[in-house]
Design a protein. Structure first.
Lengths: 248, 226
């Protein structure tokens, strides 16, 4: 029995993984590559390690609201951040509207489809989007299709994905005929081709917002948020195809 | 995904499953024994209630746990006030896998206890054994094979739990990500090779687990026969 308890204690002590003083950053799935790269840059200059959890911004916001131990939140839309501000989880003074992006229609690399307008998507059998009821990329895509007056025809063909990278993966695998993702997502997959880029004037305004979370006990949270909005990070975003917004 | 990351996920999954099963063992056997002896009213209801996690969608169980532990809920708020953060930490993974594994252990152990000849327990009692001693010296040794089978099933279930875990613990790499969660994530982002590799690991783990249990019970069966 004593040996059993000993083994139990050892197991218990081993279960905790990342040290609690590591930074945990919740970031939109579309930021995966930018954050991974910037995380490495940060690690080279700071003793505090940083870990990321990528997903749809709305789900990450939900987890944050439920008490997930995140230190910094980087959303693909301003709505999620505004909601967290209303809940008292983010200080509006620390929020930064940092990046913009464009929507593109992607098709599998070997697809012959030509798409020159939103209306052409009405002929697609299966169109993958981030879930338009929550995922920012899906909501942006729906807003664009609605503004073009074709949403009602396209909606029955939508295959909702849990986040924008899942929508991209569905197109890359060839399991759907087309998808709507960010321009920066399309650029990282060799298995898809951009069939149509939504003109900035036609699509909704895409704004990524960043803020440290008030509940964070990590003294580096604010510093890391500043780092992500700072001069080191800017060229990384631009190289990956994001538009860095000027400070208001 | 690097080999180091994959190894980290495998070890985390094994630790969670091992710890959860170890923590379940004593209460699981106790409940199983209780169920095997209890014949009073409400027996059917209690039994059904305990087995619910077996048949409910794991996501429904996860939702119930999420509501229970929510910071603005009574119990979750109390926990947070005492400095215990459960949701979206490894503790949530542990809890979810334990809840989902519990009925497997109990059902199997209960059947084993029911198969113990009550006359043997009766004889032990007439020879002066107190109830606890009779349990430890007669019922437990006779039922151990069923208990082991249940333990293995519970462990295997914990290794593969997904639905309840994702509800209460999210899918946070390096924090709450188990094998089952990592497979989903890798598939969703199109890293099929990683997903396949992780899936292959789960096959190996499940195989080794079940096979070990099989070997142990068979060896002992031979010894018992002698």
């Amino acid at each position: 029995m004593r040996r059993f308890l000993l083994v139990l204690l050892i197991t218990l002590s081993l279960v905790g993984r990342a040290a609690a003083d590591d930074l945990l950053v919740f970031a939109a799935a579309s930021l995966t590559d930018a954050m991974t790269e910037l995380g490495k840059t940060w690690a080279a200059q700071s003793p505090t390690k940083v870990a990321f959890s990528f997903g749809s911004s709305n789900d990450l916001a939900r987890q944050t609201r439920a008490g997930a131990p995140a230190d910094v939140f980087f959303s693909a839309d301003v709505e999620q951040v505004a909601a967290l501000e209303r809940d008292g989880l983010i200080d509006p003074a620390t929020r930064r509207d940092l990046l913009s992006n464009l929507l593109v229609v992607v098709v599998p690399i070997d697809s012959k489809a030509t798409i020159t307008s939103a209306a052409d998507l009405a002929g697609v059998e299966r169109l993958s989007l981030g879930n338009p009821d929550g995922v920012p990329a899906g909501r942006y895509a729906r807003a664009w299709l609605q503004s073009q007056g074709v949403w009602d025809r396209i909606a029955p063909h939508v295959v909702p994905a849990v986040d924008v990278r899942a929508a991209l993966a569905a197109v890359a695998s060839g399991n759907v005929e087309a998808g709507i993702v960010y321009k920066t997502d399309a650029a990282i997959s060799p298995k898809v081709r951009v069939a149509f880029e939504v003109p900035r004037a036609q699509g909704p305004a895409i704004v990524y917002a960043l803020a440290p979370l008030k509940a964070s006990k990590n003294p580096e949270a604010a510093a890391f948020a500043r780092f992500l909005a700072g001069p080191t990070a800017t060229p990384v975003y631009e190289r990956l195809g994001f538009v860095v917004l000027p400070v208001r | 995904m690097s080999t180091g990351d994959a190894l980290d996920i495998v070890l985390f999954t094994l630790r969670i499953a091992a710890l959860g099963t170890a923590l379940l063992l004593v209460p699981g056997v106790a409940v199983a024994y209780g169920l095997s002896r209890y014949r009073g009213p409400g027996m059917g209801a209690i039994e059904t209630l305990l087995s619910l996690p077996l048949v409910l969608p794991p996501t429904a169980v996860g939702l119930a746990l999420l509501e229970l532990l929510a910071r603005n809920g009574a119990f979750g708020g109390w926990l947070v006030a005492h400095g215990v953060d459960v949701l979206f930490t490894w503790k949530a993974v542990l809890l979810a896998t334990m809840v989902m594994s519990f009925p497997l252990l109990v059902r199997s152990a209960r059947t084993a206890f029911e198969e113990v000849d009550p006359r043997l327990v009766g004889i032990a009692r007439t020879l002066g054994c107190r109830p606890l001693a009779a349990f430890l010296r007669v019922s437990l040794p006779l039922a151990w094979r069923g208990i082991l089978a249940g333990t293995v099933l519970a462990f295997a279930r914990a290794l593969g739990e997904f639905g309840a875990t994702v509800m209460v613990a999210g899918n946070i790499p390096g924090r709450t990500q188990t094998l089952a969660l990592a497979i989903v994530q890798e598939t969703q982002v199109g890293r099929d090779d990683s997903a396949r590799m992780l899936a292959a690991v789960t096959v190996v783990l499940a195989f080794v687990t079940l096979w070990t249990a099989e070997l142990v019970t068979r060896r002992h069966a031979r010894r018992d026969a002698r």
